[in-house]
Structures are given as C-alpha cells and as structure tokens.
Design a protein around this ligand. Structure first.
Ligand SMILES: CC(C)(COP(=O)(O)OP(=O)(O)OC[C@H]1O[C@@H](n2cnc3c(N)ncnc32)[C@H](O)[C@@H]1OP(=O)(O)O)[C@@H](O)C(=O)NCCC(=O)NCCS
Length: 145
C-alpha cells in the first residue's frame, strides 16, 4: 500500500500563483512578526524564483524565494504546519535550484532564532548579528557546489 505524502514542494510561478504566496507572507511576516508591508513587498519578487509547499488538499502552506544572485529569502511556513519538515523541504528545493543553475555560493539573512534550522541544511553563520525590519538577523552562507 502506498502512503500519500502529507505535503509536496515545487517551484511556483509568481505571475500565476503570486496571490497564494503573498497570502502566506502577509500572514507570517506582516501579521505575526510585525514586518511593515512596505518592507515585505520589495519589488524583487517578479525577478525571483519561488517555491510553494501544498498540503494534500491543495492548500498553500509554505513558501520561499531564490534571488538571481544566489540569496535565499522570505522563507515562511504557516504556523499550524511548523516543525513538520515543510521548511526544510522548501529550503532543499531552493538549494537544488541554485545548484542546478550553477550558483557557486548560496547566502541568506537568517532570523537569529532559526540559525539552527539553516545550520542543519549546511549553512554557516558569518559575522555579527544585525537588525533588519526590526528583527535580529545573522548572515549565513554555504558553497553551492
Ligand atoms: C523558520 C521556518 C520557515 C521553519 O520551518 P519549519 O517547517 O517549522 O521547519 P522544519 O520543520 O523543517 O524544521 C527542521 C529543524 O529546524 C530546526 N528548527 C525549526 N524551527 C525552529 C525554531 N523555531 N527554533 C529552533 N529550531 C528550529 C529544528 O532543528 C527542526 O527540527 P525538529 O523539529 O526535529 O527539532 C518557520 O518556523 C517559519 O515560517 N517561521 C516564521 C517565519 C520566519 O521566521 N522565517 C525565517 C526567516 S529567516
């Protein structure tokens, strides 16, 4: 007997699915974390590659993006799905996309409270903690190839 996965992760089209991805980020970053909307929508989204996680019923439950310069960002999983591996699956997909297109280095600004989440995927913290959108962050990097 085959067991159906609880969620799946895939690349998403910003043009066609941006509204679903924006809804997750609005919920997580703006409502939950208090990031000002003007900072959340930074005009880079149309130039990024995006990923989405979907539950077995098709609900969008997580997202993240990869910039043209190899930076990963806007990683968000809806609260009720956290600590079930969704974030790690999204991150793995973004890393694979960066590798496939030949990026040499992958970087990100991690919120300090989740440094361990990124460390588990192979990222190393570089430099001191800094504030971004009112939240403590640290720069993290990993070689892509
Ligand atoms: C950060 C985030 C994307 C992680 O997603 P997730 O689906 O919960 O992560 P996973 O289930 O794949 O976690 C894998 C491991 O990372 C670590 N981890 C994840 N969240 C953590 C947390 N809040 N605190 C400490 N460690 C954490 C744990 O080791 C975890 O393994 P475990 O559950 O077996 O202990 C999610 O918590 C989130 O959306 N947070 C709000 C938005 C945010 O802060 N985004 C990050 C911006 S840099």
């Amino acid at each position: 007997m085959q067991i159906a996965p609880r969620y799946t992760v895939r690349e998403a089209s910003w043009e066609q699915e941006g509204a679903r991805l924006r809804a997750i980020r609005l919920d997580v970053f703006v409502s939950e974390q208090g990031v000002p909307e003007a900072l959340e929508w930074d005009c880079l989204d149309p130039t990024c590659r995006h990923v989405v996680a979907e539950s077995a019923t098709g609900e969008a439950i997580g997202t993240g993006r990869l910039l043209g310069d190899g930076r990963i960002g806007r990683m968000a999983v809806v609260r009720s799905w956290r600590r079930t591996g969704v974030g790690s699956a999204l991150l793995a997909q973004l890393i694979a996309m960066a590798r496939e297109r030949g990026d040499r280095l992958i970087a990100l600004h991690a919120q300090s409270y989740v440094v361990d989440f990124y460390r588990r995927a192979g990222f190393e913290a570089i430099g001191p903690q800094f504030m971004e959108a009112g939240i403590a962050h640290v720069e993290m990097r990993m070689p892509a190839n």
